[in-house]
Structure formats: C-alpha cells, structure tokens
Design a protein around this ligand. Structure first.
Ligand code: CP
Length: 311
C-alpha cells in the first residue's frame, strides 16, 4: 500500500506517468466515470480549504466513487481530543482512501503509520503540499511543454508557503532548472530546503527582494499569499502582507510567454487586471487540480489505465 505524504514519495518516472494519466483524463473525462464505482474517499480537513477539498471530492465523484468526511476539526471528534492516529484507524473501516489536511507538520505522516488505507497529505502546516505540486507540475508541463530547463521565480511568503517548499523539492529533480527566490528578508525559504534540495546538486538559485528585477528573466512566476494564519504577530503580518502586488503594469516587464501561477487563494498579491492576460494560469491550475487528483486516486488504488480504457 502506498501513501503520498512528501512530494518525493513518487519517483520522477512515476510523476511523469501520473501526469500522462492526468492528461488523458483531461482529454476524455467521461471515459473514467465508472472507474471508482463502490470506492469511497474520506476528506479529513482540520484546516480550511476550498480547492483542495472540493477538487478531491469532485475527482472521486467524477470517477464514480463516493465521498465522506469533515471540513473542520470542530465537527469531528478531534474537538473531544481524539488523536489523528485513532481517527485514521476508524476511517480505515469506512473508506478506501483518505486525504488529510492538518495545521500540524507531520500529522499526515503519523496518520499513514496507523492507516490501513492509502493516505494523501492535503497540506500539513507550513511544511508540504504534494498534491498542489502535482497540480503545479501538470500546469507547467502543459504551458511550457516540459519540466526542466526553466527559470522559475517564487514570490511572496517563501518561509511558511508549503506549496513553495514542495514545488522546489520536486522541480529540483529536473535538469537545468534555475530558481529565483523573491521575498522579504523575514520570509525567505527555510534553510533546510536550500541545503537539502538545491545546494547538494549545485542547482543555481538567487534570493532577491525585488520582483521587478526578476521579472524579465522568468519562464514561470509562482506568486504566493502572505499567510496570516502562520504568523505569531499580527503587526508583522500587516507590515509584510502587501510587499508584492502583481498588476498589469508589472506584467509588461515579463517575457511574452511567461506563465503566472498561484496556488490560490489570493488576497491582494495579484490584481484583477492580470486575470485576462493569457499568461495568467492560476484558474487553469485549479481545473488541473481535479484531473491530477483523479489520476492520483487511481494510482494509489492501483486502478490501471491503458490509454483511456480501464483494465
Ligand atoms: N491551493 C490550496 O491549497 O487551496 P485551498 O486552501 O483552497 O485548498
């Protein structure tokens, strides 16, 4: 039995196969509508979510399966003090696969250790968000035609941004990548990401505070929200929250085929006048999230696919 807890739990070859499956699903979604008949997905969300929870649920419903779960710790027995380990033992009796989002780093890993069903990390604190990364990789591959040989700028809250941490770890496995890390001093990428993912392989990276300086050199710009919920101090959040605002004027500095990604939700960091720019890919990302999660559910449930025909 396999889980997806860390973005590196799948090899590059396995990711390629999963993205190929997601592409086939995107091309012909109705061919997959009975694949998960009689299977159940549990969504155990101890933290707020719109895209991740609902795209997981849409994915399972699209595959002909059913969904159950909770959308907040307060409506589960966590409110009575139940541990994640006991919760997943119970859920293993009710569902075939589970997606867990939790504010504590490592909670999905702990759940996986006690689970009798595949567990998917749907975001753990400021740590990792591997299914958002699958969504990002699918979007980059469809936009740029490849993974690798790209200069990516990641901008905003790189300290607490779990989507950023997972994406850097994943893209570092592809050849000829360059990373431009754009943040205020206080919100830089954690040292362990640099020392584990980039430095051992001598992958080039720069840490900048100016988005304008980086823009002309980027193939992809990955914007992120400054995350109020991770700050200990409201004053620091207010001081930093609007450091970067991407607008139509700043887009003039970018290459004509640069892609703008954002895991969403956004607050102020991308203005509405960017939405109609053909380089804006963030709602396409949200759509790809459904296809990639359909592919992930099929992969973890070991439902094989041969070019669109399930066997
Ligand atoms: N991208 C993402 O994780 O969004 P939600 O918090 O809405 O799930």
């Amino acid at each position: 039995m396999r889980h997806l807890i860390d973005p590196l739990d799948f090899s590059v070859e396995e990711i390629d196969a999963l993205l190929d499956l997601a592409d086939r699903i995107a091309a012909n979604p109705t061919a997959y509508q009975g694949v998960c008949a009689h299977k159940k997905l549990a969504t155990l969300f101890y933290e707020p979510s719109t895209r991740t929870r609902l795209s997981f649920e849409a994915a399972m419903l699209n595959l002909g399966g059913a969904v159950l779960g909770f959308a907040g710790a307060d409506s589960s027995s966590a409110a009575k003090g139940e541990s994640v380990a006991d919760t997943i033992r119970a859920i293993s009796c009710y569902a075939d696969i589970a997606a867990i989002r939790h504010p504590k780093e490592g909670a999905p890993l702990r759940a996986a250790r006690y689970s009798r069903i595949p567990v998917i990390n749907a975001g753990d604190g400021g740590h990792q968000h591997p299914t958002q990364t699958l969504t990002d990789l699918m979007t980059i591959r469809r936009r740029k035609g490849r993974l690798g040989g790209l200069t990516i700028g990641l901008c905003g809250d790189l300290k607490f941004g779990r989507t950023v941490h997972s994406l850097i770890k994943s893209l570092a496995r592809y050849a000829n990548m360059e990373f431009v890390l754009i943040s205020p001093e206080e919100l830089r990428v954690p040292e362990y990401i640099l020392s584990e993912a980039l430095e051992p392989q001598h992958i080039p990276y720069r840490q900048l505070s100016s988005l304008e300086q980086a823009m002309p050199h980027l193939d992809i710009l990955y914007m992120t929200r400054v995350q109020r919920e991770r700050f200990f101090n409201e004053e620091d959040y207010i001081r930093l929250k609007d450091t970067y605002v991407l607008n139509a004027d700043k887009m003039k500095l970018a290459q004509p085929d640069m892609a703008v990604l954002h895991p969403l939700p956004r607050v102020n960091e991308i203005t509405l006048d960017v939405d109609d720019d053909p380089r804006a890919a963030y709602f396409e990302q949200a759509q790809n999230g459904v296809y990639v999660r359909m592919a992930l559910i099929m992969t973890l449930l070991e439902l094989t696919d041969q070019g669109g025909a399930l066997c």
